[in-house]
Design a protein around this ligand. Structure first.
Ligand SMILES: *Cc1c(COP(=O)(O)O)cnc(C)c1O
Length: 414
């Protein structure tokens, strides 16, 4: 692991904070469903001289000189990610998932157009039309919801689409645990003359690793983040059918972004290369196995699992119903126990987003560090002990010691 000698010598406070974060990640359980831990090769790429370079435009067609190597790495990233997902066209410049979505809207919509997107409290993402976001002020978002059993009623969705006549139909989520019927979703969009878009931010890694079905053949546009299950640097990604390629590229640059972050694009190329290897398929499969094992243990302990069950890398748990602990309390107590996860709203949550009724638990990061089914059982029991602690600091620091011991057996960086 990099010792960061130059940083230590030149900037004490910055170095100390970095050391603190490194220790926190090594000694704690990372269960935030949107997080992961990248390889040292990806870290090397992120810390490279490519951060110095301006390269507005696209390979072979840039606005500044000196592009010998930026063109090489961006082409490498594009070729690899197209192969990884079997996509017709790829844009690897979006700075984040939010910018990828913004560019996709800019490429397909005019102000006032209607978009169907999944309701936030039912698992959708802020960028899918939540009223606090800029896109929601520009476009008309209509939200659809999940049923009581956790599934989506596609007949209902079709009726809504026929009534609202959206220009864009948006699938995808950040706290929904069930598998979507991509073929049915895209066929509804086609029927009503809408463009179909899937935001696979959370599950891109499992799709790349062939552990979950791919939306890419069915949807006109697919957006993703590269830092969640895909295990690359923080960033975004857009895949699309050839017919949308020009509009997407123009929307990313100059539509909503300036110069691309080339160190990030180098790191994306490295991560896509890793995801093409057989080890990554084993990883993606293990993520699903681990999520199921965690679910099984929580069920045994009498917990209420939201949406009926998990079919991906995360669980939603109703902590109020299960242990009479709010999401905010659970998150704070678990933080003291060295376990990071997030409070989460549940479908039509009466408690609201600041202190919701549940938590979201994800296994991508602990799976990366090598944890398997036996550790999932331990993790469920540690979380249960923390939720039963009533916030007692002594109990929580006792759990923290157990967490630290468990983590010692599974080092992230050597
Ligand atoms: C995480 C996420 C995003 C946003 O990604 P950022 O990189 O944080 O901007 C967008 N859509 C979905 C579904 C997500 O889960």
């Amino acid at each position: 692991m990099n010792t960061y000698r130059s940083l230590r010598e030149s900037d004490g406070p910055a170095y100390d904070a970095l050391r603190g974060e490194m220790k926190r990640e090594e000694e704690g359980l990372e269960l935030i469903a949107s997080e992961n831990t990248v390889s040292e090769a990806v870290l090397d790429a992120l810390g490279s001289v490519f951060t110095n370079k301006y390269s507005e435009g696209y390979p072979g067609n840039r606005y500044y000189g000196g592009q010998d190597f930026t063109d090489v790495i961006e082409t490498l990233a594009i070729d690899r990610v197209k192969r990884l997902f079997g996509a017709e066209h790829a844009n690897v410049q979006p700075l984040s998932g939010a910018s990828a979505n913004l560019a996709a809207y800019a490429a397909t919509l005019s102000p006032g157009d209607t978009v169907l997107g999944m309701d936030l409290s039912h698992g959708g993402h802020l960028t899918h039309g939540h009223p606090v976001t800029l896109p929601a002020k520009v476009f008309r978002f209509v939200r659809y919801k999940t049923e009581a059993d956790g599934t989506i009623d596609y007949d209902k969705l079709e009726a809504l689409a026929k009534k609202e006549k959206p220009k864009l139909m948006l699938a995808g989520f950040s706290s929904y645990t069930r598998q979507l019927d991509y073929e049915r979703f895209a066929s509804i969009a086609k029927k009503v003359g809408a463009i179909s878009m899937m935001d696979m931010a959370h599950i891109a890694g499992m799709i790349a690793g062939k552990a979950l079905p791919s939306p890419v053949p069915f949807f006109d546009i697919v957006t993703a983040t590269t830092h969640k299950t895909l295990r690359g640097p923080r960033g975004g990604l857009i895949l699309c059918k050839e017919a949308y390629a020009k509009a997407i590229d123009k929307a990313v640059f100059p539509g909503v972004q300036g110069g691309p972050h080339m160190h990030m694009i180098l790191a994306k190329a490295v991560a896509f290369g890793e995801a093409l290897r057989p080890e990554f398929r084993r990883y993606a499969k293990q993520v699903l196995v681990n999520a199921k094992a965690l679910e099984k243990e929580f069920l045994k302990l009498g917990y209420e699992i939201v949406f009926g069950k998990t079919e991906n890398h995360m669980l939603l748990i109703d902590t109020v119903k299960s242990r009479n602990v709010t999401g905010k309390e659970a998150q704070a107590w678990l933080d003291l126990a060295g376990i990071s996860l997030n409070k989460n709203v549940l479908p039509d949550d009466p408690r609201g987003p600041l202190d919701p009724s549940g938590i979201r638990v994800g296994v991508p990061a602990v799976t990366t560090r090598g944890m398997k089914v036996p550790e999932m059982r331990t993790i469920a029991r540690l979380i249960d002990a923390a939720l039963r602690s009533g916030g007692d600091e002594k109990t929580l620091s006792g759990i923290r010691r157990q967490v630290k011991m468990l983590c010692k057996t599974f080092p992230i960086y050597r």
